[in-house]
Design a protein. Structure first.
Lengths: 106, 496
């Protein structure tokens, strides 16, 4: 579950790092960089804290930012876990495709 | 194998709508499933007897058999998709001159007036360029003359073609020549030579007269459109219509008039158009044309134009939108397309290269445009100073390939359209200052993603009238022949 606070200039979200990996949090944040400035901080008790700032003072935060980001986290985490489950097979396919060339060998 | 009923093979996905999830694999095979089926699939609850499972198995997204033969099959398909790597550089662009009689408002190379000095290739540079071209291992060599206006240095074009033909008696490659010209200076001498040497012409036509003359004015103030059309007709009658093609560049002048642009192409006998937005180079940037329309606006107009083109086909006029055609080739056939802008790794140097009028060598036309703007970041070397190995096996060329392997980039590597897409590190650098940058936020990504999603949506909706048109494009057959076979998306998928 995400905790968040919204003040005038920023929205702060807390994400449980036991559920969402660092890579997932960063990739999710990257997708919002055109809309906001984003800072990520490691906090005690397995928490990633993300602070979203408006790019210009007169800007409004995208509507439904928190819920959209939450769903993005879920999708990214699912993709990450799927990737982990079959990445060895993917490597075998690419290795077989380019056989007898091996990476790092001339 | 584990106790699970099946093995999930590597795939990527995109939620197309509430009703459909698109799954794609390394080889570009794809399948649509309902969200409930997707959930069952990833939780290993999909019945192996179900039609959904059998369909996914046929697309190599799952297997309940031995893994090794499946990996071999996918590896073969993957290798086919990456076959552009095998033969190395086949497209060699040569800039015989930077001089030009046009002053296009979006000129990406900042061309120079016809009387400018030190802007043209000499015969010594030309000879060294051809010598270098023939060191490419590719059995296919396409030499494409760019500019400026190449016809302003016709003597070097003639020298290069004659010398290349002479060298080719020894190398025996498949040799093709293209001259990219505004056609306003085309004369009988040029045409006679081009006919004799089987040269293709590529020109620009941005739309009806008012659009074309506004986008591409001539320096002397006369109508570029009138001269183009007059010479176009002469070129077609001399060379044959199949040897003359055209491109359009989209500015605010023609963005909301795509139908008129397409009608203009049909009117003058062209069978295709390539709708492409502005690139961030040269006068397009200097004249601040880039901010005139957003990529979202371009894509909106593009979708409307594509529908119009499909309607034209349905009315009996065979007409292709080239960008959609390239993407459909990648989506619906197992083959590589040779289009260097949609490759992973990018075609920079390894598929195409550019030799400038002064002998400098660049991995792409965009890298040359950047150099014209004062940034030599991507200069590979010179025909006067460097041999083939030094130019093409440099760490700079390897870096360009490494930066553009989508399968290794964050976000791209998990994108459902990864197998069909490509990125340009030179363009990324021009837009963001970084060759990789935040690819997801780039204009190219936005364009490619939205157009690919739209094409997949059309395939998913499976309107036979639309699919038949795509089938006609892919098989280069008449729509009436294709329709007789009552093709639907199922047959498209079988062809894949």
């Amino acid at each position: 579950m995400l905790n968040y606070q919204e003040e005038n200039k920023e929205i702060a979200l807390e994400v449980d790092s036991r559920i969402y990996s660092k890579r997932v949090v960063m990739e999710s944040a990257v997708k919002f960089m055109d809309k906001c400035y984003i800072r990520i901080e490691a906090q005690p008790n397995h928490i990633w804290r993300l602070i979203f700032n408006k790019k210009e003072p007169q800007d409004k935060f995208p509507s439904n930012l928190v819920n959209t980001f939450q769903n993005e986290l879920l999708e990214r985490q699912l993709r990450f876990e799927l990737e982990e489950s079959f990445k060895e097979i993917r490597e075998m396919i690419v290795r077989q495709a380019f056989w007898p060339f091996e990476p790092g060998k001339k | 194998m584990s106790t699970r009923p099946y093995q999930i093979l590597p795939f990527r996905y995109e939620r197309m709508s509430e009703d459909a999830v698109l799954l794609t694999n390394e080889a570009g095979e794809f399948s649509f499933v309902a969200p409930g089926v997707f959930d069952d699939l990833i939780n290993f609850k999909l019945s192996t007897d179900s039609g959904s499972f059998q369909n996914l198995k046929g697309k190599h997204i799952v297997t309940d058999t031995d893994l090794e033969p499946v990996i071999e099959m996918l590896a073969t398909k993957y290798r086919t998709k990456k076959s552009f790597l095998k033969d190395f550089t086949s497209l060699h662009m040569v800039v015989p001159t930077l001089k030009c009689n046009s002053r296009c408002i979006y000129c990406q190379v900042t061309s120079r007036p016809p009387d400018s000095l030190n802007s043209s290739m000499d015969n010594i540079t030309a000879t060294k360029t051809v010598d270098l071209i023939f060191q490419s291992p590719s059995p296919v060599i396409k030499i494409e003359f760019q500019g400026g206006e190449p016809l302003l240095n016709f003597e070097v074009i003639r020298h290069i073609i004659n010398y290349a033909e002479k060298l080719n008696r020894k190398y025996n490659k498949s040799l093709q020549f293209v001259v990219c010209s505004n056609l306003t200076l085309l004369n009988k001498e040029h045409l006679a030579f081009f006919k004799d040497q089987n040269v293709f012409l590529s020109t620009s036509l941005d739309g009806p007269k008012d659009i074309h003359d506004k986008n591409r004015p001539l320096r002397d103030g006369s109508s570029a459109y009138e001269k183009l059309i007059k010479n176009l007709e002469t070129a077609r009658s001399t060379l044959g219509p199949a040897r003359v093609s055209a491109l359009t560049t989209i500015t605010l002048e023609n963005l909301h008039r795509f139908q008129e642009v397409i009608d203009e192409y049909v009117k003058w006998g062209f069978s295709s158009v390539f709708l492409r937005p502005l690139n961030p180079f040269g006068l397009a940037r200097k004249n601040q044309l880039l901010g005139n329309y957003s990529i979202d606006e371009f894509v909106k107009e593009y979708k409307t134009a594509l529908q119009y083109i499909i309607t034209l086909n349905q009315s009996g006029i065979y007409f292709v939108e080239e960008y959609a055609f390239l993407l459909l080739q990648k989506i619906l056939t197992p083959f590589a397309t040779g289009f260097v802008d949609l490759q992973s790794p990018a075609g920079l140097a390894i598929s195409s290269v550019l030799y400038n009028y002064d002998g400098n060598v660049y991995p792409s036309d965009e890298a040359r445009m950047l150099a014209q703007m004062g940034d030599q970041r991507f200069l590979m070397g010179s025909v006067h100073k460097n041999n083939f190995q030094e130019l093409f096996r440099s760490s700079d060329v390897i870096d360009l390939a490494r930066w553009s392997i989508l399968e290794s980039l964050p976000i791209c590597s998990s994108c459902a359209f990864c197998a069909y897409c490509g990125l340009d590190p030179v363009r990324n650098y021009a837009e963001t200052g970084d060759p990789v940058g935040n690819v997801f936020l780039s204009e190219s990504c936005k364009k490619n993603f939205q157009i690919m999603k739209h094409l997949f949506s059309l395939i998913w909706h499976n309107d036979p009238k639309v699919i038949d048109v795509f089938w006609a494009w892919l098989t280069k057959r008449d729509l009436t022949d294709v329709s007789i076979e009552s093709n639907s998306c199922e047959n498209i998928l079988a062809f894949q």
